[in-house]
Design a protein around this ligand. Sequence first.
Ligand SMILES: [Zn+2]
Length: 300
Amino acid sequence: MSVLWGIDLGGTKIEAVVLEPGELTPLARKRIPTEASGGYRRVVARIAQLVAEVSAEHGIEYPKQIGIGTPGAVDPATGLLKNSNTTCLNGMPLQQDLCDALGAEVICANDANCFALAEATLGAAVGYPTVFGVIMGTGVGGGIVVSGQVLAGCQGIAGEWGHTILEPDGEPCYCGRRGCVETVISGPALERFYTERSGEALGLREIFSRARSGQDAAAELTLRRLCEEFGHALAQVVNILDPHAIVLGGGVGAVPELMSAGSNELSKWVFNDRLRTPLLAPKLGDSAGVFGAAMLYRLP
Ligand SMILES: [Zn+2]
């Protein structure tokens, strides 16, 4: 049986993995700096270099197909990458250029979609027919997996609940709108919310530790805001997609109160007498992105 190659392209590092189908221990794994400051052509060349090195160093046959996880998404209409925070990639035909540079077939998928695919096929949500994978951290993203396949959508934006609107007159978002979910419950948004009420600039970990001690009203308010707005925002996803499981990834997704108070808030707004959807902690840690990329070419 042939092996699966995956690449996780990040703003600071590029990681490659080679998996045997169904195995969690990689045959090979390697990470190199992205060197994004060298520009788009440099990033494409780095990926080609990494694949050649892994193949040579591990004596693994050069791949015919490679799954690639990217920040941002390829627009199905134009073939150009968009919405990437590694800005030199935006507006570029990354999938086609990687095909040419690698001499292999390539599928690019958004990194949140790769996270969802990895957790649905190898991690916490194995066996659930429809999975919504959430990443909450510096930003808020998500991916949908149906029967082991990523649902990319008509415009390549399926699962992007971070840019649905929670507060129409809220804070401006980098996407050009106001009050997106990301401007309310991302890490930086919650830290800003706390600072505005307390006059102190603290990291999220410290804010929530103070909230749990019960001696900082602004911190308690910030934690309550996370749980309540998480419930409001995620209920819209549940009402439309009704996934069989939701996996909560990212630094903010690991806040334990989301599994209790957050789930409670969610159940208030779901169009059902009770919430049956399990909220799951991810199992694959840092490996989810690159494993998910490798799973893009797995046979169903
Ligand atoms: Zn937005």
